[in-house]
Each structure stands twice: as C-alpha cells, then as structure tokens.
Design a protein around this ligand. Sequence first.
Ligand SMILES: NC(=O)C1=CN([C@@H]2O[C@H](COP(=O)(O)OP(=O)(O)OC[C@H]3O[C@@H](n4cnc5c(N)ncnc54)[C@H](OP(=O)(O)O)[C@@H]3O)[C@@H](O)[C@H]2O)[C@@H](O)CC1
Ligand SMILES: Nc1ncnc2c1ncn2[C@@H]1O[C@H](COP(=O)(O)OP(=O)(O)O)[C@@H](O)[C@H]1O
Ligand SMILES: [K+]
Length: 479
Amino acid sequence: MRYGHSVETVRRAEAALMARVPEGALMQRAAAGLAGAGTDLLGRVYGARVAVLVGSGANGGDALYAAARLLRRGAAATAVLLNPERAYAEGLAAFRSAGGRVAAADGGARAVARADLVLDGVTGIGGKGGLRPEAADLALAARDGRGAVLAVDLPSGVDADTGEVHGPAVHADATVTFGTYKPALLVDPAAEFAGALRLVDIGLDGDLGAPELEALQHADAAALLPRPSGESDKYRRGVVGVAAGSERYPGAAVLAVSGALRGGAGAVRYAGPGGPAVLARHPETLVSAGSPRAAGRVQAWVVGPGLGDTSQARTAVDDALAADVPILVDADGLRLLTPEAVRRRTAATVLTPHAGEAAALLGWAREDVEGRRLHAVRELAARFGATVLLKGSTTLVADPDPGRPVRVNATGTAWLATAGSGDVLSGLTGSLLAAGLAARDAASLGAYLHGLSARLTPHPLTALDLADSLPAAWHNVSA
Ligand SMILES: NC(=O)C1=CN([C@@H]2O[C@H](COP(=O)(O)OP(=O)(O)OC[C@H]3O[C@@H](n4cnc5c(N)ncnc54)[C@H](OP(=O)(O)O)[C@@H]3O)[C@@H](O)[C@H]2O)[C@@H](O)CC1
Ligand SMILES: Nc1ncnc2c1ncn2[C@@H]1O[C@H](COP(=O)(O)OP(=O)(O)O)[C@@H](O)[C@H]1O
Ligand SMILES: [K+]
C-alpha cells in the first residue's frame, strides 16, 4: 500500500523523530535525496546552471542545502530569495560557502529563465492559500523557462491536505517528497502539478499515525483478487445481477455485462430489455426481461448504466435498493435514488458517480467537485452512508466510516475517458462484490483493474476493448 498523510500527522511524526536525532539531520537527509533527484534530471551536474526558489521556511532550507551539494559537484547556482531577511539562515550560509550566488532583487526571473534545473523551495507543507504575487511570478517563469523543474516536498502553491489549487502553482517535472506522500501528490488537480514522484525516506515511518489516503499497489491488488478453489462452483463463486440498458441504450447492458463477466463472479444474470443484445455478444449470460425482483437469486446487483428514466428504470432501482445484498448504483440509477433509501439499507451500497453526477447528488457545481475531489467524495459517503467511488482523472473511494482512509487509484489513464468505460467498471466492481469482497475493496480493486486494463490495451481504446483486456490485467496483477 502507498500511503498519504496529512500535514498535521507529518508534523507530529517529525517532532517525535527530531527529539531522537541530531539537529539538522532530517534536513540533510531531505537535501541528499533532493540533490540525487536533481542529478538524475540534469544528467551531468558539472557546468549545469541551477536556480533555487527560496521561500522563508524549511522548504527553502532543503532547497539551499541541496543546491550546496550540487555546487560542490561543479554546478553553478543562483538563489532567488523571496524574503531575504527570513531565508533559512544555516542553509543560505552553506549555499554561499559552496559558491552559490544570490540574485539581485529584480534578477530572479532571468536566473530562472536561464537555468537547466529549477529547485522549487518556495513552500512545502507550510504553504497557506494561493501563492503570493512574487512567488506566482516565479512559478510562471519556471513553467516558461527551458530547465527542468524539481519541486521540494510539494509543488509550491498546492494545498497539501486537500489537493486543491487556488491560483498559480509551480508546475513541476518531478517532486521529491519526504517521509510520506502528502494527499496533494496523489489527488488532482494538485497531483497534475507534481510530475513524477520520488519518496525519500527520512526515517519518519515508525512515528507516522493513520494515513488520510491509501493507494493499492500490485501486491495489495493480488491479495484481493477472488480465486476459485477446489470447492467452488458457479453459485459459490457468486452470481452478479446486472440491471442496465434500455431499448434506447442497449449497449450499456452489453458493456456492464462484459465487465461483470470478467470480475470473478461465477455467473452473470441480466434483467431488463437489453437481453437480445447481451446474448448476441455474451451467450453465457442468464437473461430475463423483467425487473430485478423477478430475476433469480444473486449475491450483488449492479443497477443504472443506460437505464433511462422510464417507469421500468425506476422499478429496477427500487428493486435493487430493496434487495438484501450489496448493490452498486451508477449513472441513471444515481438520478433515481434518495439518500434516505440508501441509508435504510443494511447491505453495502456502492455509488459510482462521475463529477457531473456527484455535483447533482451534492447540489454543487461540477467545477467544485473537480476542484475539491477529496471533500466531495467524503461528503457523499457521509450523506448517503455508502461507499462512494468518484470517477475522473483521479478516482477516489471513500468509506461511509469517516475514520477509514480514502483510497486513491494510481493505475488510471486519460485513455479511459471514452464512452461506456464507466459501464465496464460498474459490471466489474459489482462482480467483485458478488464474489464476496467488502465494498471498499471491490471498488478500489475494480478501479485498479480497470485502469491497468486500459494501460494494457492498444490506444485509442474502446470500452469493449477495455473489457477484453481485463483478463490480461488479472494476469498482470497475479503474475
Ligand atoms: N516534515 C519533515 O519531517 C521535514 C520537513 N522538511 C521541510 O520543511 C518543510 C516545511 O517547512 P516550514 O514548516 O518551515 O514551512 P514551508 O513549507 O517552508 O513554508 C512556510 C513559509 O512559506 C511562506 N508562505 C506560506 N504560504 C505562502 C504562500 N501562499 N505564498 C508565498 N509564501 C507562503 C510563509 O512565510 P510567511 O507567511 O511566514 O511570510 C512560511 O514562512 C517541508 O515541506 C519540507 O520541505 C525537511 O526539512 C525534512 C523534514
Ligand atoms: N482524464 C481521465 N484520467 C483517467 N481516467 C479517466 C479520465 N476521465 C475519465 N476517466 C475514467 O473513465 C471512466 C469514465 O466513466 P464514465 O464517466 O461513467 O463514462 P461513461 O458513462 O461513458 O461510461 C471512469 O472510470 C473514469 O474514472
Ligand atoms: K516546494
């Protein structure tokens, strides 16, 4: 598992560790990691030009010490001090004694424009609000300059805990972060500013408390994959019901079923008007034309993709909500439910909105959901008392228990932004529910396999291609 911790947790761990190690040791560990990453970006340090953006906190101190290391290896470095009286004094002294220059008050942008490498040490976990104007100007100069931009701990200007970005921020090619990931490095829009991530171990692990965020890694996904055993038969493996598609949108039924068939359940029952289209593509499906209540027993229902808003659609949603098995509600299904109906349920409910659907459920503007994804997904989970998978450039899974870390999916790719790929995800995740996974595991494993499958599919991909690559994603995870 990869973890993201809040600023408060990091500060507490840092204080506990600092009490046990010599003064300055953590900053030296940070600076060594940073100089290593800078070296990798530069390729050749000797003769390279480095610009160092220095705010008035320890983030600037890290950058100055790292630049001192690069100076000793033959680089030329210029520091741009945002607040000359308050730059990290010991770091500045080390930088100067290694031969570093300080830019004149108006020479910062020029130093940045000419640099091969820009070290962004304006703000780290101490940053508050959007960048101030002078810092914002330097962030823009770094973006427009020719050199690589390496952010120290976080790209300056992003909100460490929420992943929100208010105004200009440094757009980094890479970020070196210390001790643990911060939520902003894993959640858009901030994560977009961070570039490639490198975690430097500064010895914080033992002192870190509970994380805010966690991201499945291959081994975690492998451990969750349902596998048939000697005692398995198709019913014991779990049967997933799919109530999706309509006369108008029969394709959604086909796509949801194609995901469901590759999710580990032993059988897929389809209930609704899309039966002929489903059978034409997937003859192994158990098809009935009526509502979920009239279909046979299942261990989980998927309801919503392409349902429309007819009375038949409403009945399908009501039936699924009334079933005493885990359900996943997506797309049109989300428009047809109320928080009360979801809260009344005793079995698990997974809601899978994209930003527009989440906005409608919350009564927010879509941009607010996209700008405040962590807040939105937590708020939805709390209001509905359900597990919520919020789709988009970052996929997040929040549990109704607010004490549990939000899961963030690291496998996604923008190639997933293709019509019908969400239907495949619904079927897949519902199938994992039917196979017996807990709601947050099913949702986060579903997102993991879905993203991985997109990476294994030649581009540009279609939703059906994506479903066809799911077995390869399973194999990739379990190999
Ligand atoms: N955790 C650890 O274990 C370790 C942490 N380490 C490092 O320490 C960093 C945290 O250092 P920190 O606490 O000194 O705060 P930091 O991020 O430098 O920024 C604060 C300064 O920025 C300013 N400022 C604020 N907002 C601003 C804005 N919008 N626009 C412009 N300026 C703004 C604000 O200035 P002021 O408001 O006071 O004028 C304040 O002085 C951490 O990220 C990591 O790099 C490592 O050394 C290794 C061990
Ligand atoms: N920019 C992006 N980066 C990564 N994944 C994306 C991006 N845009 C969309 N996705 C993913 O693509 C899928 C789209 O689902 P959805 O919005 O329900 O589309 P549809 O209704 O057409 O099936 C989701 O899994 C979502 O997370
Ligand atoms: K920074």
